[in-house]
Ligand binder design. Structure first.
Ligand code: TTP
Ligand code: MG
Ligand code: MG
Length: 404
């Protein structure tokens, strides 16, 4: 069927557009943002399905809790360990933080980045499970593989989220993207047992906000025409790119919501926030964003760090520190090897008991992904920092990467 060329008449302001003689609507840009629901916690629940529906938080010391559990119930499949056997948040002492919490736990006000001790006051009966990053990374890779089979233009935005360009995917325009979003949700669930939420919008900025609207297991569709109703009432912090500092400045100007931001002139924002950031704030408030979905994101560096249970001292806790240091280097090396990179800038990071951090690095004249070589170079970096004071965190980083 032939599509008639738009006539000059179509351009007239008040003239109604004649109905098009084709049933296929024109393609419009449809960008999805997908974010897994309570990701670390959901992966843990695959291992321990008996904890479904209960308040569970993930954090604290590594595998120790699990090891103890396993010893107690040797020979029993993980899924059959009785619920009473799991450690409770109220019995935790230490300064770890929560990485995430199940939705039932969130009802008590518990959530990411909260100290475990504080969380224990809010929800003492929550079950506390340790983190297992390797497992989360495995599931991260699997759900992304599922998406790539359906929609090849995907941008990796971290362990549990991606942008996907629906525009040219067959069926990507149907119901403004809802059909494809549903298919992706279903396929990920079938392959992994995990649920996710998806926002589909004309661009990344709006899609990112939309994916949060109906969490968990939600799909939200946002159109340009929804700006006023769905986006403008939201606080400015919901815009990815407005952090606490900018928000504070905006509040001081009596700007709390995105709508209030949109109401200010671009000139005023440029004056107060600088030419480029001010102009971006204006565009963002009006829901405009032309950034493409970038398929291959190359890592800049690979790093691992760990916060100790108690502050350590380089001399008095030498053996313990040496073991932690070696393990960090081994894990960085393993990450590099798995991702297929090697690097030549090796660095360390220390955070002292007073929370001040220092970093040192060194650039080698060769690239490496070898744990021993990394440890050697990182060891030399350590010699250049003040080791008289106790510290609470140690990190190892490899930059200057190239693909092997
Ligand atoms: P998020 O996607 O922010 O959170 P979530 O997936 O747990 O829950 P939601 O359903 O609201 O999306 O983060 C993904 C994972 O990253 C999360 O499961 C744990 C980890 N994480 C931290 O370790 N620390 C943090 O402060 C945050 C926010 C996340
Ligand atoms: Mg998530
Ligand atoms: Mg996320």
């Amino acid at each position: 069927m032939q599509v008639p060329e738009p006539s000059l008449f179509d351009e007239e302001d008040d003239a109604p557009l004649p109905a098009r003689s084709t049933s296929a609507p024109a393609t419009s840009r449809r960008i999805a943002h997908l974010d897994m629901d309570a990701f670390y916690a959901s992966v843990e629940l695959l291992r321990y399905p008996q904890l479904q529906g209960l308040p569970v938080v993930i954090g604290g010391s590594r595998r120790r809790t699990d090891d103890a559990l396993l010893k107690q119930h040797e020979g029993l499949p993980l899924a059959e360990i009785p619920i009473e056997a799991f450690p409770l948040l109220k019995d935790y002492t230490g300064r770890g933080v929560i990485t995430t919490a199940t939705y039932p736990a969130r009802q008590f006000g518990v959530g990411s980045a909260m100290g475990l001790m504080k969380a224990a006051k809010l929800c003492p009966q929550a079950i506390l499970l340790p983190v297992d990053f390797d497992e989360y990374r495995r599931y991260s890779r699997r759900f992304k593989e599922v998406i790539l089979e359906i929609a090849p233009v995907m941008e990796d935005r971290g362990v549990d989220e991606v942008y996907i360009d629906f525009t040219e995917v067959p069926g990507g325009q149907r119901e403004s993207g809802r059909t494809l979003a549903r298919l992706i949700q279903k396929s990920i669930f079938e392959a992994t047992g995990l649920t996710c939420s998806i926002g589909v919008a004309p661009n990344k900025l709006l899609a990112k906000m939309a994916s949060e609207f109906n969490k968990p297991k939600g799909i939200s569709i946002v159109q340009v025409s929804d700006l006023q109703e769905k986006i403008w009432p939201l606080p400015c912090r919901k815009i990815n790119g407005i952090g606490p500092k900018t928000d504070e400045k905006l509040q001081a100007l009596s700007i709390s919501t995105i709508g209030e931001l949109a109401a200010r002139s671009k000139g005023e924002l440029v004056e107060r926030f600088g030419r480029s950031y001010g102009a971006w704030l204006h565009e963002a408030a009006w829901g405009r964003d032309e950034r493409p979905v970038v398929t291959e994101s190359e890592p800049v560096s690979v790093s691992r760090e760990t916060t100790f249970e108690r502050d350590l001292h380089a001399v008095r806790d030498k053996a313990e520190l040496a073991a932690i240091f070696t393990s960090l280097c081994e894990r960085v090396a393993a990450d590099l090897q798995r991702k297929g990179y090697e690097g030549r800038t090796i660095g360390v990071k220390l955070r002292y008991a007073d929370f001040k951090s220092v970093t040192r690095d060194q650039t080698l004249d060769f690239h490496t992904a070898d744990a021993q070589a990394i440890r050697h170079a990182a060891g030399l970096c350590l010699k250049r920092v003040d080791l008289q004071r106790r510290f609470r965190l140690l990190g190892v980083r490899v930059g200057g990467l190239r693909k092997v």
